[in-house]
Write a protein that binds this ligand. Structure first.
Ligand code: CMX
Length: 441
């Protein structure tokens, strides 16, 4: 993919000069102020990162290089006859800032296909784990085993010029993205003993081929994968998976190491694992209530019981968003088009009517609205993928696009190792008494 590599480098060189100028003139400008509570409470709202690929607005939701999800659905290239965006196009957009043409996206699909071969030791390493191991554990172990292939790590060991890091990082990122579907599908087939891959499909795109490898042969499932892998790709830089990858990459850990680190964060129930928790919670509700289609009143009682047991309602709330997640809405639109009568989808929509006022009434939840994870599982169940503990792996495959594109920008711009300042509570107490400074080293 020499063209994409060249365009990316031209853009990065230009931005690098602009950043140097910008810092020369404005580098000492003060950006907001930090309250003590923010330091103790997850650094919420503190701006401390530059992350080029996407930007999150609390009320509007995510924009990728300025484009909202509805705009991307319209403007990104699609397969012939399809109506969902191709994630290849989003990757191109995140790397270059420009919408790609159909031909460019086709070329990228072919390039990833040509890099997709996974060495056998990766599967042997995964096979060393018990089959019961969580799919995210198996997935991350597979990615770590693939690290043997890192060109960046090899070149660094040989002692290359730091001006060229980005180039090896580019090759690693492209290879890793290309190989993830094979690893992810292997974990699925191994864990659930599912049948052979689909071989008679004409799909040649990253998502379509992934769906085939998973063993799903309906075109609508491939369309779902195209949408799914697009909307989960990036959510600016501060979320746990993106920030972890970015942070680890800042130590010049290669893309395999930094992506695997981010995936361990995605596997947490307050982040990406919430997609499995949502369906697990709904299935449990249906079991406890002995009903496939509980009424709104019954759901309300069940939600209140969940809260009274000191648990969160999975799929609701967000650290930044303050409105219904447009990624939820995009999935609801897909469901309205393809499966409006699906019973589980209708339960999800009923929960959407019931939960926000209950969370609002608690007077502490900052965002009572659904996030991306509230809807995704019901779509997968519709096509027969009921193994909910696998769902976070799908999220992870998609997230590779955003975090690897962002890390590539960081390397091309020569961003330094991350090292924010931390303090102890004793420092804070002394500072409040006027006896200590809590900043600086
Ligand atoms: N159910 C019950 N309580 C919730 C809640 C929910 N869905 N969302 C927030 N709260 C609670 C918090 O636990 C916190 O309670 P305490 O003060 O008792 O500790 C309080 O409301 C304030 O939290 P907040 O400032 O609104 O939310 P945070 O920024 O701290 O956390 C998030 C954000 C997503 C972790 C939280 O909303 C949550 O736990 N949601 C459920 C899990 C989930 O869906 N995660 C997926 C997020 C999207 C993703 O990353 O994939």
């Amino acid at each position: 993919m020499e063209k994409l590599k060249r365009i990316f480098k031209e853009k990065a060189d230009k931005l690098s000069v602009e950043i140097k100028d910008l810092l020369k003139t404005h580098g000492s400008k003060v950006v907001g102020e930090v309250q003590l509570a923010q330091i103790f409470q997850g650094m919420r709202g503190i701006t401390g990162l530059v992350y080029e690929t996407s930007l999150l607005d609390a009320n509007e939701g995510i924009r990728f290089r300025g484009y909202s999800i509805p705009e991307l659905k319209q403007k990104l290239p699609k397969v012939e006859g399809g109506s969902e965006p191709l994630p290849e196009g989003l990757f191109w957009l995140m790397l270059t800032g420009d919408l790609p043409t159909n031909a460019e996206v086709k070329e990228l699909s072919q390039d990833w296909l040509s890099r997709a071969q996974v060495p056998s030791h990766v599967f042997n390493t995964i096979d060393g784990l018990p089959r019961e191991a969580h799919p995210m554990t198996q997935f991350v172990v597979g990615v770590m085993a693939l690290q043997t292939e890192s060109i960046f790590a090899k070149k660094y060991a040989e002692g290359v010029n730091k001006k060229d890091y980005w180039s090896y990082q580019f090759e690693d990122s492209m290879n890793l993205i290309a190989r993830l579907p094979e690893i992810a599908a292997y974990v699925y087939r191994r864990k659930y003993q599912s049948g052979p891959k689909v071989t008679n499909s004409v799909a040649m795109d990253w998502s379509g081929l992934f769906a085939n490898k998973l063993g799903y042969d309906k075109e609508n499932f491939r369309e779902l994968m195209r949408l799914y892998l697009t909307i989960h790709a990036d959510h600016e830089g501060g979320n746990v998976s993106a920030h972890t990858s970015y942070l680890v990459g800042s130590a010049l850990s290669d893309p395999y190491l930094s992506f695997a680190a981010g995936m361990n964060g995605l596997a947490g129930p307050l982040h990406g694992l919430a997609n499995q928790e949502v369906i697990k919670w709904i299935f449990q509700m249906q079991k406890d209530l002995k009903k496939e289609n509980p009424s709104k009143d019954e759901i309300e009682i069940y939600v209140k019981q969940t809260l009274s047991e000191g648990k969160v309602v999975p799929g609701y709330g967000h650290a930044v968003l303050r409105k219904t997640d447009p990624r939820f809405t995009a999935q609801a639109e897909f469901a309205k088009k393809h499966m409006p009568q699906d019973p589980l989808v209708n339960v999800v929509w009923k929960i959407f009517e019931v939960v926000p006022p209950i969370l609002q009434a608690l007077n502490k939840v900052k965002n009572p609205w659904p996030n991306v994870d509230a809807h995704s599982g019901a779509l997968l169940v519709h096509f027969g993928m009921r193994e909910y503990d696998y769902y976070t792996v799908l999220f992870g495959v998609s997230r590779s696009l955003g975090v690897l594109a962002a890390s590539l920008w960081a390397r091309a711009l020569g961003f330094p190792i991350e090292r924010p300042k931390s303090v102890t509570t004793q420092n804070v107490k002394d500072w409040l008494k006027g006896e200590d400074q809590i900043w600086g080293e």
